[in-house]
Design a protein around this ligand. Structure first.
Ligand code: NAP
Length: 972
């Protein structure tokens, strides 16, 4: 039976393949011929492919002929096929620019038209009619910008309504007729749920589902009334559960529980595609009415692999094409077996995949009319016709939209055509596919033996959310607890207690912390000094081993530690999780670093002498930390001190002492002797100051404000009685960071990146963006989108996973930020103020000012809150001048697709960490070592290859190995 089935599949596959290959011959030099040539070139030359895709991506945003010419020169000068280089040469001549610009635009737009049928529903009607005349159906997808605000989500919804109404009005002419279409809704829409919710947050599925269902219900009512089918498209893996949950919630609502003209996608390239199908099958049975499954292979292959690699997550999809194909076939079996609860639609461009579905369905006795096949517009037209000729229902996925917002879609389609992995290409052998695949560099894997970044929690995957919720409940259960000093072996409690309150509910005491005194500083330093030599002299790999154990323990407790920061420092879920991840990274990274430094280096090769150069710990380190990365920074500074062989006394910030207590306990459990790491909370201007001034302190690792940092540098320079060392000070200070949005920037990315950089954790990051400079003609559109995006930010308590902007750390911080906002009102123009929830939490409205004078307070001073000052620059060069007009030089950002501007920024935007085409926050240990220049700090970059050196001092031992004229050959 199996063998017979396989033979029939092959026979049908051959038939389809044969018919599909009967392409009409393209006439040389026609636009279609040119398009094909370009795609062929791109296929042959990976470098040209990247340039072509990037150029196509930026072209629609170029507003003038000279800008088009400029980009052509920059992208293609000296590379690519000859004709492209000639165009690049022509672009150098101003007189030819208008015509060149026109020709290129027309070419690219014509190429886009192959995949995108029109800018509006009305424009698409002729193409739909043509399909109807061929007996082929359609499903319309609306392309658009990323949804960054509620206004944009509403506008998207309105477009879906217009689409539905337009198609309904033209229903007679755009619907396919004939037997195979009987009983099939004549109108068919594909909806992307991310378009209907600006805060598409996987950790908050209830919020997302509620927001989307509110928007979708009226659309579904209209669909029902007009006899239309609605399909939920699937997007990236991290959104899969969001889409499935929203779908499930919606189809179980009493109003829609019997609505069958609805469907959802399953992506067979996912390793858990079969589980998805099983879940959806159960859902259909539970509701008692069928719905459709569109089984596809998946369109985000490249992106999924990159995202997984960047986050050290397991790759969620099959990396071999053959595995996806066989999963598609197993899913086909499951889908057909689930009929009539699930109605099958197969989205594939592979004749084998089509053939096996047809043959298996027929073998099961299913009528052909039960099946549907779908292909993307502009692709495999031969196959489409062949499947239709076989008597089966075929449908084309038809995108509609303006070219600019459609670019991401277009680039994906071009990628498939010039394919680096040719997912959909029929007839390619696996060996051929392997050849076409890009050689993906895997730096993480290369370095895995030494250091590998910890991975952020996958709140989109089962189990993670639940663990975080239960950690939050557990930590809430400990509210009100007291925390002693950890001084050597002793837990010292008999001290005044300071209360730490939950910033979202200031009336709630989170914990009470014993406050050290100057006398405690003396005893802590004495204990540390006594224990230091033994720790210093322990082999580096033993110290490293202890830190690695601490990292593992942190991984086990990661959700509880994150939950502590949610309540103590008002860190929203992702921020709290990222703090733990960074802390684990520091422990692992500095463990690896100290092993790199271990062992003496032998200098010179003279006979008769041996020169050993080696490092050792400096002594006792005072670690004085801020509250805004309450675990990461204190862990980073302490781990470096300990790895290098120093003793460390931790003075956490008064706002975040409890998480530091947990850290020190954990380090003790991991094996750091209690005298070597001690916990000494207390007031900065008392305990902190006494500690840094203490003659027994050799090294100060400080991160915090400029005001305190500079005082501390002065204090450290003074030599006190009994002091034996010149103090080494490492001080990471504040910032006043700027992002530039160039006039060719991708605004989807630029606005999202700016909003995250400026308002994530309420702007309380040293790396936060507090100045935005927009270049030229991008200004109006960027400001409009920014305004709406800020209005839509969700400000709320950090324990709620839907929250994006939490309250600020304290009442005094709130009052200070409000003063800045008042000063902004006086000096500048208020663009927008976000919403805040009622209640006593320390909330500050996310606020944006424009028309800001360059010397206004809000333009120059570190505010450390959710306040953004916007400037308009006529040119990129002017934008750079504005951005670098600050004594601070910590982070900076540039959103641009102009290679010359990017290069200029590389050279002239002199900040410690410059980010191009991404947010300015979230530096990753080992990959983006972090630290500022100028008034933003003194010291090497944290999480970088030079950092640990500062905590060590080098020694040289020279031995004369010659005795009576004889010396060993190797100098030993
Ligand atoms: P902060 O007020 O300067 O406090 C930092 C630490 O110094 C706290 O532990 C504080 O203790 C202590 N301290 C205060 N006065 C002291 C004194 N006279 N002698 C010794 N220690 C003293 O800074 P923050 O408000 O906690 O943190 C926010 C600042 O840190 C911002 O300016 C931000 O830009 C900067 N920051 C920089 C980086 C970076 O990597 N460059 C990273 C994070 C934060 P108390 O809390 O008890 O006063």
């Amino acid at each position: 039976m199996e063998i017979a089935l396989e033979a029939s599949i092959r026979e049908l596959e051959q038939k389809l393949r044969h018919s599909a290959e009967e392409h009409p011959h393209l006439l040389a030099l026609t636009p279609a011929w040119w398009q094909q040539r370009f795609l062929d070139w791109a296929n042959e030359d990976p470098d040209f492919r990247v340039k072509l895709l990037r150029f196509v991506d930026v072209l629609p945003t170029l507003r003038t002929a000279s800008s088009v010419a400029d980009h052509v020169r920059q992208y293609f000068r000296g590379s690519g096929p000859e004709i492209v280089q000639t165009a690049s040469d022509i672009a150098a001549q101003p007189v030819f620019r208008p015509i060149l610009s026109r020709v290129i635009r027309q070419g690219v737009f014509a190429m886009a038209r192959r995949f995108i049928v029109g800018a509006s529903p009305a424009e698409a009607l002729p193409a739909l009619r043509e399909l109807a005349q061929q007996g082929i159906g359609y499903t319309v997808d609306l392309l658009g910008e990323a949804t960054l605000s509620d206004a944009e989500a509403d506008a998207y919804l309105a477009r879906y309504f217009t689409l539905l109404e337009t198609l309904a009005a033209a229903c007679e002419t755009v619907a396919s007729h004939g037997e195979r279409w009987q009983g099939v809704p004549p109108i068919n829409l594909s909806v992307k749920l991310s378009t209907l919710c600006p805060h598409f947050e996987p950790a908050a599925p209830e919020h997302v589902s509620a927001v989307i269902r509110n928007r979708l219900r009226p659309l579904l009512r209209l669909a029902r009334q007009q006899g239309a089918f609605i399909n939920f498209d699937m997007e990236q893996y991290r959104y899969r559960h969001l889409v499935q949950q929203t779908f499930s919630d919606l189809v179980l609502e009493p109003e829609f529980v019997d609505f069958s003209d609805i469907g959802i996608v399953v992506q067979a390239y996912l390793r858990d595609a079969e589980e998805d199908l099983a879940r959806l099958h159960a859902l259909a049975k539970r509701r008692g009415a069928p719905f459709t499954i569109r089984l596809v292979k998946g369109a985000y292959w490249d992106e999924e692999r990159i995202v997984a690699s960047q986050n050290s997550w397991p790759v969620p999809l099959f990396e071999e094409k053959a595995d996806t194909d066989s999963c598609f076939e197993r899913c086909t079996d499951a889908l057909l077996a689930a009929w009539p609860h699930l109605r099958p639609a197969f989205g594939t461009h592979n004749p084998r995949s089509v053939a096996q579905a047809i043959v298996k369905a027929r073998a099961r006795g299913l009528r052909d009319s039960v099946l549907e096949f779908q292909v993307l517009c502009g692709m495999v037209e031969g196959l489409r016709t062949a499947v239709a000729a076989e008597g089966l229902r075929t449908r084309v996925y038809v995108p509609i939209g303006e070219i600019i917002p459609g670019m991401a879609y277009l680039v994906r389609r071009l990628l498939e055509n010039t394919s680096n992995q040719a997912w959909f290409h029929a007839g390619l052998s696996e060996a051929a596919v392997q050849r076409l695949r890009p050689k993906v560099e895997k730096p993480l894997e290369r370095e895995a033996r030494v250091f590998r970044n910890a991975s952020p929690a996958r709140f989109f995957a089962p189990g993670f959310r639940e663990r975080m919720l239960s950690a939050l409940t557990k930590v809430r259960g400990s509210f009100g607890a007291s925390y002693p000093l950890l001084r050597g072996e002793r837990r010292v409690s008999g001290r005044p207690l300071a209360q730490v309150r939950y910033p979202a509910e200031p009336e709630t005491v989170f914990g009470q912390v014993a406050q050290g005194s100057p006398a405690d500083v003396d005893s802590a330093v004495a204990l540390a000094r006594g224990a230091f030599p033994a720790w210093r002299d322990r082999p580096a790999d033993e110290r490293a081993g202890i830190l690695r154990r601490a990292a593992e323990m942190m991984e086990e407790r990661r959700f509880e530690l994150a939950a502590v920061m949610v309540y103590e420092s008002a860190k929203p879920w992702h921020e709290a999780d990222a703090d733990v991840v960074e802390a684990m990274d520091y422990l692992q990274y500095y463990a690896a670093e100290v092993e790199r430094y271990a062992g003496p280096r032998i200098l010179g090769d003279q006979l008769g002498e041996r020169n050993e150069y080696f490092y050792q710990g400096r002594g006792v380190a005072a670690v004085v930390a801020p509250w805004n990365f309450p675990l990461a920074i204190v862990t980073g500074m302490s781990a470096a001190a300990l790895a290098a062989g120093n003793a460390a006394i931790l003075k956490p910030a008064s706002q975040s002492p409890i998480i530091a207590y947990h850290l020190v306990e954990l380090l003790h459990e991991a094996g750091v002797p209690p005298e070597i790491v001690q916990y000494l909370p207390g007031r900065g201007d008392e305990v902190g100051q006494t500690l840094v001034e203490h003659p027994g302190i050799d090294l100060i690792a400080f991160t915090g404000s400029n005001a305190v940092g500079l005082t501390l540098l002065t204090a450290a320079a003074k030599v006190r009685p009994g002091q034996r060392n010149v103090k080494r000070v490492i001080a990471e200070l504040g910032g006043k960071n700027a992002i530039i949005i160039d006039d060719d920037a991708d605004l989807d990315e630029a606005i999202a990146g700016t909003v995250t950089s400026a308002f994530g954790y309420a702007g309380q990051k040293c790396s936060a963006c507090s100045r935005l400079v927009i270049v030229g003609l991008a200004y109006n559109q960027a400001m409009e989108r920014l305004r709406h995006a800020v209005e839509s930010l969700i400000v709320g308590p950090p324990h709620d996973p839907a929250t994006f902007v939490p309250p600020v750390i304290s009442g005094s911080a709130r009052d200070k930020i409000r003063e800045y906002i008042e000063s902004g009102r006086r000096s500048s123009r208020l663009l927008v103020e976000g919403h805040i929830p009622p209640g006593s939490g320390y909330y500050v409205r996310p606020t944006v000012f424009t028309d800001v004078p360059l010397d206004a307070h809000i333009a120059c001073e570190e505010i450390f809150g959710p306040v953004l000052a916007v400037f308009h620059a006529a040119s990129f060069e002017e934008a750079l001048r504005i951005a670098t007009r600050s004594p601070f030089a910590l982070t900076g950002g540039v959103f641009s697709r102009n290679p010359r501007h990017i290069d200029l920024a590389r050279r002239q935007f002199r900040v410690g960490n410059l980010y191009i085409n991404r947010k300015t926050t979230g530096a990753i240990v080992g990959r983006q070592p972090f630290g500022g220049l100028a008034m933003s700090g003194v010291g090497e970059k944290a999480g970088g290859p030079d950092y640990l050196r500062q905590f060590m001092e080098p020694r040289v031992v020279t031995e004369n190995t010659m005795r009576r004229g004889f010396a060993p050959e190797d100098g030993a």
